[in-house]
Design a protein around this ligand. Structure first.
Ligand code: 9D3
Length: 229
């Protein structure tokens, strides 16, 4: 997969892309992640990419010209057309199901905005889909883009080591995970449940299933309802 990130702050992506699974996936050729600075496509010598909203109102809006020119530039870097995604608070909320669908694409073009939003003609003219990562206010789309990349890349074949599998992730099966314990057997007076030390694998599996269900009921009852889109 190729992922293009169009942003005014490419440096925000440097450390998350340089560590752990995302680094290894890039080193192993599983994903090619390319950063492009939208400001490099500004038309004037002040490198202006935002302007006041027509009709008045607070803040500034991302101008269509630099974003369009930037997309047209990256499109020429690869033959794959790619799906254009705008990170905006107005988008549909990102889910594990969405991550699964995006992981099947050959190319994603993610556009992270700043200011109050994008000129509407960017979304229309590029045929872009909008995605939000949840109902809270961020300072821009960069961290949202990073979240999507993290969730999508770990689903690409070979991105995780063999010991770890994305198949049994929480949410993929619709329940929260059961409680986990490792050594020592007693930590600050708190003991590992006896059942986990019993060696009875059938009983352990039952206990885990029961714990997962109880936990989900208590903390995320919404996951147990069948009215989830
Ligand atoms: C007063 C209207 N605000 C909308 C809620 C303005 C506004 C605030 C913050 C417009 C853009 C932003 C920056 N946020 C994003 O670019 C963003 C975002 C988010 O804030 N929350 C969840 N997902 C996303 S994806 C992009």
């Amino acid at each position: 997969m190729r992922i293009d990130i169009l942003t005014l702050f490419p440096e925000m992506f440097d450390s998350p892309l340089s560590a752990s699974i995302l680094k290894r996936a890039q080193d192993d050729g599983i994903v090619d992640i390319v950063l492009t600075n939208i400001r490099d496509f500004a038309a004037d010598s002040y490198r202006k990419v935002d302007d006041k909203p027509y009709g008045g109102g607070p803040g500034m809006v991302m101008m269509p010209g630099p974003v369009f020119d930037c997309v047209e530039h990256v499109r020429e870097l690869s033959l794959e057309k790619g799906r254009v995604i705008l990170l905006t608070p107005q988008g549909r909320t990102f889910t594990q199901q969405k991550a699964g669908r995006l992981s099947k694409e050959k190319r994603l073009i993610l556009i992270a905005g700043r200011y109050e939003g994008f000129d509407e003609r960017i979304r229309i003219g590029l045929g872009a889909e909008q995605i939000s990562i949840g109902d809270y206010v961020l300072n821009g789309g960069e961290l949202a883009a990073m979240v999507i990349i993290d969730a999508v890349v770990r689903l690409l074949p070979g991105a995780l080591g063999d010991e770890d599998s994305s198949k049994d992730d929480s949410f993929s099966q619709g329940l929260l995970e059961y409680p986990q314990y490792t050594r020592p057997e007693v930590f600050r007076g708190m003991k590992v449940p006896d059942i986990l030390l019993s060696g009875d694998h059938k009983k352990i599996a039952q206990w885990r299933q029961q714990q997962a269900l109880e936990r989900t009921q208590k903390i995320r009852p919404d996951l147990l309802k069948d009215n989830k889109e």
